[in-house]
Design a protein around this ligand. Sequence first.
Ligand code: SDX
Length: 431
Amino acid sequence: MTDSNKSATLTVHGETYELPVHSPTVGPDVIDIRKLYGQAGVFTYDPGFTSTASCDSTITYIDGEKGELLHRGYPIDQLAGKSHFLEVCYLLLYGELPAAKDLEEFETTITRHTMLHEQMQYFYRGFRRDAHPMAIMVGVVGAMSAFYHDSTDVSDPQQREIASHRLIAKMPTIAAWAYKYHIGQPFIYPRNDLDYASNFLRMCFAVPAEEYEVNPILSRAMDRIFTLHADHEQNASTSTVRLASSSGANPFACIAAGIACLWGPAHGGANQACLEMLAEIGSVDRIPEFIDRAKDKDDPFRLMGFGHRVYKNFDPRAKVMKQSADEVLDLLGIEDNPKLQVAKALEKQALEDPYFAEKKLFPNVDFYSGIILEAMGFPTSMFTPIFALSRTVGWVSQWKEMIADPQNKIGRPRQLYLGETARDYVDIENR
Ligand code: SDX
C-alpha cells in the first residue's frame, strides 16, 4: 500500500480524529478506519459495501467510469483477443505472463489434475436427476474436502498450490458431469490430448456410442467466455470466498461458498435469468412493455444483464461478448437468432431511454453470454455453472493472495443495532 502524507479529519461527538489515507497505484484513495472504533467508539455504516474497500489486492482493477478491466495490468479485451484461458489463469495466479516453458509446465500440471477421484461418481448419484446443476456443483465441490485431504491445510504453501491446481483443473469435469447427470447420460472422462475448453465441450456433448469431434469455433468461443469471467475484484462471490477463508476453512469449502453466492440472479445467475427474460420478451415489438416494467418502482422486474455496482459505463466484457456472439452465430450459420435480435434492440432502446442513461445502466457480462452458450448447445441451467467454472481461478487467486497476507485476520463486521434493549424473560402465563 502506498502510504501518502494525506490524512482525513473526522469530527464526531465534538472530538476530532486524524485518519490515515492510503493511495493505490490507480483508483480512489482509501481512508483507513481500522482504529476508528478504538479511538472514537463509533462504527462506519455501509450495507452492501458501496463505499468500502475490504482488502488491498494486486490482481484485478476495474475503472467503472471508463469501463476498463485490468488483470495484473493487462486490459481484458487484449487478453480475450490475444491470450487463452490457461495463460490468463497463470497470470492471475502468479502475477506475470508466463514464458513458453512455464506455460507448458502449467498446462501439463492442470491437464494431469482433470480427473476426479473415482469414488466421487457415487456422490453424484445422491442427487435427483432434475437437481439444478448449480446445486450439484455446490455439493460436489464442498465434498472435495472429503476426498483430497492432502490439500486442505491452508497453512502449508505446497498444499495451497496443489489445491489451487486441483480446483482449476477439476471444475470443468465437475460441471460437465453435473450436466451429464442432469440429462441422464453417462459421464465422459477428460482426455489429456485436448486443451481445457475442448475437454470441457467433449465431456458435455460426447456420448460413448460415437466419436466426438470438437468444433474449433466453439472451443475458441468457449475459451474466450472462460477468460471473460475469470476474475472481477471483490464481487459478492469473491468476497464470500475471502470471508469464508478468513476463518481458516479449507479451500474446497470456501470455493463451494463462492459457488453458492454466485448462483443468485443478481450475480452469476443473471446469465440464465437474462436468456429467460429474452425468451419471455419474445419479439422486438414487446420491448417497450418490458422497459416500462423495469422502470416501474412498484414492479420488481429488472432488466437482467443490465446494470452493475461498479461499471457506470459499458462493461468491457459485454463488448467482447457481443462481438463474439455475432461471430459464433455467423460461423455456425445461425441466421437472425431471435433472442440476439431482441437483445440488440433491447440494448439500443434501453440506452436511448433517459432512465437508464441517468442511472448509468449498461449491459454487463451476462447480457450476451447466454446467447452464445445457447447457440453452443447448453441449456440455460448450465450458464451459471460455466460462470462458476470460469471464476474458480479468480476465487483461488484472491484466496491465495489473502492467505499469504500477514495482515490476514478473520472477517467480523459489526452492525447498527435497532432491536430491543435488555429486558427480563416473561413466563408464558404472564404474556
Ligand atoms: C455480475 O460485482 C461484480 O463484479 C459482479 C460481476 C462479476 O463479474 O463478478 O460483474 C457479475 O454479477 C454482473 C451483474 C449481473 N446481475 C444482473 O444483471 C441483474 C440485474 N442488475 C441489477 O440487479 C443491478 O444492476 C445489480 C445487482 C447488478 C447492481 O445493483 P446495485 O449496484 O446495488 O444498484 P442498485 O440496485 O442500487 O440500482 C441503482 C438504481 C436503482 O434505482 P433507484 O432505487 O436508484 O431508483 O438502478 C436501478 C435500481 O432500481 N437498476 C435497475 C437495474 N439495475 C439497477 N433498473 C432496471 N433494471 C436493472 N437491471
